[in-house]
Design a protein around this ligand. Structure first.
Ligand code: TXA
Ligand code: MG
Length: 354
């Protein structure tokens, strides 16, 4: 079906227009789907307590029903209405990191639908920081269930155009506020485990959390756990956040990685493959002469810049029809840990080339 551009509405990212926010809130209140920007990525939102609306999220995204959704809240008071008991760490973390890119997994209240939590007794909660998301939550006065607004398994959307590409007419309204400021998803922290466990690294780092909580463990996200148990949905692979192209990762010093990427690009070209590369400033010269499609994110260590660009670059290289994307692997610390995680998933869980 051709896309109807009438479902895309531009909105000011800093001072969202009241009329637009009211219209979006009404769509949610009537059980519709609204794609909206958060500070991390665009979300595909529905009224979290409306079971039929929540089911629409799963069908629009083609998301397997076993993968639970994050519920977005207007404030801590709204979060408290969706939980039974919360550990003291919940208040401490919410006060310190909300609104912001931290999702807290806690025991759910009985009225939170099984469809949202994939029949778990826990719910994932987050108060987003983007002015458009905040205004929408305040206006609708509803908890909004929202996964990233991409088709399941694809890179998350950091622009409204990405939502249009993946979901188009399956969404009632898409709020276009330009690129999302952070570009990588929230950190998912499970507070029902002791010590707390990071299920997915993201916009709040392990180090920042440990400064508040003491030791925090790194765990596998739900998707990985389900795979381990052999309950994978039909047609699923270990790949996630993934472009159609194969992603090959490189580890080590920037100069070594650049040399290895150049050699690998030559070898792939000899096999007739079309190659794209993601590089830092330092790697650019060494790699550029070996492949035309090079996306540079900035200096090695400029992780905020890489976070903003990564998902968009994966989509662009895909649209150029590359067979293989070569990319250096950021270190496992700070914000880089989230980027490292997404790249490893985009590569299908395979380990990096040496
Ligand atoms: O930044 C973000 O988190 C974005 C924006 C839109 O808020 N949302 C997002 O949602 O990335 P999604 O659905 O793409 O990823 C949510 C992750 C999934 O890995 C899911 O398995 C996990 O959170 N999750 C949700 N509820 C959970 C629960 N009750 N227990 C454990 N993991 C949960
Ligand atoms: Mg997602």
């Amino acid at each position: 079906m051709p896309h109807d551009p009438n479902n895309v509405v531009r909105v000011n990212p800093n001072e969202p227009q009241t009329g637009v926010i009211k219209r979006a809130a009404e769509v949610l209140q009537h059980g519709g789907l609204v794609a909206f920007p958060t500070e991390t990525v665009y979300g595909l939102g529905a009224h979290a307590l409306d079971v039929a609306a929540v089911r629409e999220i799963f069908s629009a995204k083609e998301r397997p029903e076993w993968d639970p959704l994050i519920v977005h809240v207007a404030d801590i008071a709204m979060a408290q209405m969706l939980v039974t008991r919360t550990p003291p760490a919940f208040d401490e973390l919410a006060k310190k990191f909300w609104p912001g890119p931290l999702t807290l997994v806690v025991y759910k209240a009985a009225h939170v639908p099984d469809e949202v939590t994939a029949r778990r007794n826990t719910v994932a909660l987050r108060q987003p920081r983007h002015p458009v998301a905040s205004a929408l939550l305040a206006e609708a006065q509803l908890p909004i269930a929202a996964p990233s607004a991409n088709r399941f398994g694809r890179p998350s959307p950091t622009r409204a155009q990405h939502v249009v590409e993946d979901l188009g007419n399956r969404v009632d309204l898409i709020l276009d506020a330009g690129p999302t400021p952070l570009g990588v998803e929230s950190t998912v922290l499970d507070l029902t485990q002791s010590p707390p466990a990071i299920l997915r690294p993201g916009g709040v780092s392990l180090e920042e959390l440990e400064a508040v909580l003491g030791p925090v463990t790194m765990s596998k996200c739900v998707t990985d756990q389900v795979e381990v148990k052999g309950l994978r949905g039909p047609g699923m692979t270990a790949k996630h956040y993934a472009p159609s192209a194969t992603v090959e990762l490189f580890d080590g010093e920037p100069s070594d990685m650049a040399r290895q990427m150049a050699e690998r690009a030559d070898a792939l070209h000899r096999q007739g493959k079309k190659v794209g590369a993601i590089v830092s400033e330092e790697m650019r010269n060494a790699v550029e002469s070996h492949t035309q499609l090079v996306a540079c994110f900035g200096a090695w260590g400029a992780w905020e810049a890489l976070a903003r660009k990564l998902f968009g670059v994966l989509r662009v290289l895909d649209s150029q029809g590359v067979d293989v994307i070569l990319c250096p692997l950021p270190p496992a610390k700070g914000l880089a840990m989230a980027l490292r995680d997404r790249l490893q998933r985009a590569a299908g869980g395979s380990s990096e080339r040496k």
